[in-house]
Design a protein around this ligand. Structure first.
Ligand code: C2E
Ligand code: MG
Ligand code: MG
Ligand code: MG
Length: 279
């Protein structure tokens, strides 16, 4: 019986593995069509100036409207796009869409409006999709480099090779700003903050979640903000969900807040309605 059971569980596992592989292959096939079939959209989440309440910044977040499965989370498809290199084309589309949007919002919300785009490490590994292309695109739209902030994670800086280094320098030379996303969750990249001339630190939402109850998180946030300010960086807190969190963050000098308290990521039209001039 034991032998049978072993054989059954073996069959079970190979079946499960096969199903998982087939699901992955199917999703990958669909992902290849997503861009040509116009299934991607960007949502925009406001980044709020905690002192003035101004909304002159937003983060662009990618959404995939799958024809059969409905909305698929970036947490599910970005890793697949990274593994297959599809992220480069997708990333260029994200950038170009965000650039067109920031052009609109610079004229009808605020002349210094900024949109940040997420860039995965894979997008730094090839020289084909060089920052110069992005800069040229901004130029064609009559936009300065300052219109776009590139969000990267700490890991990229930790094992930054020359290609990564040159990419980042080219962004800087073009006037684009750089933010460290999910700060505090990866390897500590502290020594890289100065070396790479970073503009923003985004405190990961895991530190903000229990800010009101957990004194360790409070101390960590405070220390991050003090350090960032001494290095000349601005701080954005992610995942701000309550007024209490917002007030605590404001009291320790955090510059910006982003989170459901202010708004969920919104389609551009809704963002316009809520944060545009006419609102
Ligand atoms: P991220 O860049 O750290 O983006 C913040 C995530 O937190 C977003 O999830 C956002 O919807 C969510 N969020 C915002 N406010 C709150 C809040 O108050 N509470 C909670 N619980 N969550 C909040 P989303 O949109 O699902 O994106 C997940 C991740 O996918 C992003 O994390 C980013 O790493 C990646 N991603 C999204 N768009 C792109 C893209 O265009 N390119 C690349 N390479 N990655 C992207
Ligand atoms: Mg981000
Ligand atoms: Mg983040
Ligand atoms: Mg992230």
């Amino acid at each position: 019986a034991a032998k049978n059971q072993g054989r059954n569980s073996y069959r079970f596992f190979t079946k499960a593995l096969q199903d998982a592989l087939e699901a992955r292959a199917a999703l990958l096939g669909d992902l290849r069509n997503a861009l040509p079939d116009n299934q991607f959209a960007l949502c925009y989440q406001p980044i709020v100036d905690l002192l003035s309440g101004d909304v002159h910044k937003a983060e662009a977040l990618l959404r995939w409207q799958h024809p059969r499965r409905g909305l698929i989370s970036p947490a599910e498809f970005i890793p697949l796009a990274e593994e297959t290199g599809l992220i480069r084309e997708i990333g260029d589309w994200v950038f170009e869409s965000a650039a067109k949007q920031v052009q609109t919002w610079r004229s009808n919300i605020h002349p210094e409006f900024q949109i940040s785009v997420n860039k995965s490490p894979v997008q730094f590994q090839s020289l084909e999709h060089a920052p110069e292309d992005w800069f040229a695109y901004l130029n064609r739209l009559g936009l300065s480099g300052q219109s776009i902030v590139v969000e990267i994670t700490e890991g990229l800086l930790l094992d930054a090779n020359l290609v990564v280094h040159n990419h980042l320098m080219a962004f800087r030379d073009a006037g684009m700003q750089v933010a460290i996303d999910d700060f505090g969750t990866g390897y500590s990249a502290l020594s890289y903050l100065k070396k790479f001339d970073i503009d923003y630190l985004k405190i990961d939402q895991s530190f903000v979640r229990n800010l009101s109850e957990d004194s360790n998180d409070f101390v960590l946030c405070e220390a991050i903000i003090v350090m960032a300010h001494k290095l000349g960086l601005k701080v954005i807190a992610e995942g701000v969900e309550t007024a209490q969190q917002r007030d605590l963050l404001t009291s320790i000098g955090c510059d910006y807040g982003q989170g459901y308290l202010f708004a969920k990521p919104l389609p551009a039209e809704l963002f316009d309605q809520q944060f545009g001039k006419s609102s």
